[in-house]
Write a protein that binds this ligand. Structure first.
Ligand code: FAD
Length: 467
């Protein structure tokens, strides 16, 4: 280790993982420097991920709700969409948060250095800043450089008609016919947005289902709604060629029910993400990567080199902001000498589509595959007053309990705000709550949260009322 390093902790990357790590380290009294290649802090999540996508999904919901009321007593007229204004509103939401991070870093005396960092050895990076190259030495380093979208070989992501999620969030135009390649969370969220803005949507997915990871019965109500809204959803189908030109994209399909060839105005490619480990010159360090390019880290977020920590998207799935944040805090605490470890029992997943699909812990499919003996309690939102008053009744709340202990081990929820509702079950799992704890908890009436209590009561056999 260098005798008098420039800092106790260097954090590489200022996404949710990186800024959480840097702020926690500074709060624990460590002298902290954070390096970020882009001018704006916040990483993918704040700039081109979670936040801008949720702003646009909210706009989509307003349009859909207005359409619902056009048939039910309030006519607003055809929506007139001003993409520039919508884009600038979205950017202002992002700006508030990224600007807030600058203030939070200053308050804590976390120095931020802008420019790409490259490792020189296990104890130094060099950063190419606007004022020239700067070398930074450290006692500990937390690598939080995140991930970026991938495209299958031969897909030209540089062509303006072929978009990744970052391009799609720019809202350059509303294509008449849009193809979404990849039926995962990110692709389906952007499909929700562009459909509401007026695009005709086709989704193509290689696997035999959308949102792999969630139980099929939870995805089904979502599927029923998009079946009505979208032109086509092709499962078990591969895109074998994408040929963009000046006025469209010719696409070739293989398998499933898709035509051999079709044309679209734009294509969104959302087939997965890869870790940014290839852009850090890690060869200069003693680290070794996994086959998928991720850095292996243990539950203290340490790599095989004691003073090098790795967190967030670049250590692998699930690539979620809330996971990165928790890992960042653990890494900082361990670097400060605390005995912290990442021991979350569960990490919730949410698709903020319309309707939302959320799941946490063990799914029914996993329980079956692992031979777990479970009891399932399910409650349909059609019997929940609040859902009906929202004009929505397709939702389902499903809780999964270990039969033996009656403890909750998982949940799947579909319907508006499912993502907010799943948080209660996450807490219940962490606390070791059983079906009676949840069923006997008084939920406020009338809320959709009552469906959580009622699903537990359904499992316990104490469900009496619908309201
Ligand atoms: P990142 O956010 O990727 O941050 C890494 C940072 O490191 C970046 O700012 C990058 O510029 C910087 N960096 C990279 N290399 C270097 C280098 N050499 N030197 C200096 N800096 C470098 N997750 C959710 O939980 N909820 C959601 O709703 C959600 N929605 C999403 C929607 C979209 C469209 C996308 C693309 C992602 C979404 N995600 C969501 C995922 C979420 O954005 C990521 O899981 C999260 O950003 C990961 O945080 P991170 O800190 O690991 O990395």
């Amino acid at each position: 280790a260098p005798d008098s390093p420039d800092c106790d902790v260097l954090v590489v990357g200022a996404g949710p993982g990186g800024y959480s790590a840097a702020f926690r380290a500074a709060d624990l009294g460590l002298n902290t420097i954070m390096v970020e290649r882009y001018p704006s802090l916040g990483g993918v999540c704040l700039n081109v991920g979670c936040i801008p996508s949720k702003a646009l999904l909210h706009a989509a919901k307003v349009i859909d709700d207005a359409a619902f009321f056009a048939d039910n007593g309030i006519e607003f007229g055809e929506p007139k969409i001003d993409l520039k204004k919508l884009e600038s509103w979205k950017s202002s939401v992002v700006g508030k948060l990224t600007g807030g991070l600058v203030g939070l870093a200053k308050q804590r005396n976390v120095e931020t250095v802008h420019g790409p960092a490259q490792f020189v050895d296990d104890y130094h990076v060099k950063v190419d800043t606007a004022d020239g190259e700067r070398s930074i030495s450290y006692r500990n380093v937390i690598i939080a450089a995140g991930s970026r979208p991938i495209a299958p070989p031969g897909f030209d992501l540089d062509h303006p008609r072929v978009m990744d999620s970052t391009d799609a969030l720019k809202l350059e135009e509303v294509p008449k016919r849009m193809l979404v390649v990849g039926g995962g969370i990110i692709g389906l969220e952007m499909a929700s947005v562009y459909h509401a803005l007026g695009s005709e949507i086709t989704v193509v997915e290689l696997a035999d289902r959308l949102m792999a990871g969630a139980d099929p019965d939870i995805v089904k109500p979502f599927r029923k709604i998009i079946d009505k809204r979208y032109a086509n959803i092709f499962l078990n189908t591969k895109v074998t060629a994408l040929r963009p030109d000046d006025d469209g994209v010719s696409v070739e399909f293989e398998g499933g029910k898709a035509p051999a060839e079709d044309r679209f105005d734009r294509v969104l490619v959302s087939v997965g993400r890869r870790p940014n480990t290839d852009r850090l010159n890690l060869e200069a360090t003693s680290l070794e990567l996994m086959d998928n390019g991720c850095i292996p880290a243990d539950d203290q977020m340490r790599t095989r080199v004691d003073h090098i920590f790795a967190i967030g998207d670049l250590i692998g799935q699930p690539m979620l902001a809330h996971k990165a944040v928790h890992e960042g805090k653990v890494a900082a605490e361990v670097a400060a000498g605390e005995k912290s470890a990442f021991d979350a029992r569960v990490i919730p997943s949410v698709a903020y589509t319309d309707p939302e699909v959320a799941w946490v812990g063990v799914t029914q499919e996993q329980a079956k595959a692992e031979g777990m003996d479970v009891e399932v309690g399910s409650f349909p939102w059609a019997a929940n007053g609040r859902s009906l008053s929202l004009g929505r009744d397709e939702g389902i709340t499903k809780l999964i309990f270990e039969r033996d202990t009656e403890r909750v081990v998982g949940a799947g929820i579909v319907g508006p705000n499912a993502g907010d509702l799943i948080a209660e079950v996450g807490l219940a799992i962490e606390m070791g709550a059983d079906m009676h704890d949840i069923g006997l908890t008084i939920h406020p009436h009338p809320t959709i949260s009552e469906t959580v209590g009622m699903a537990a009561e359904a499992a316990a056999g104490t469900l009496t009322d619908l309201y």
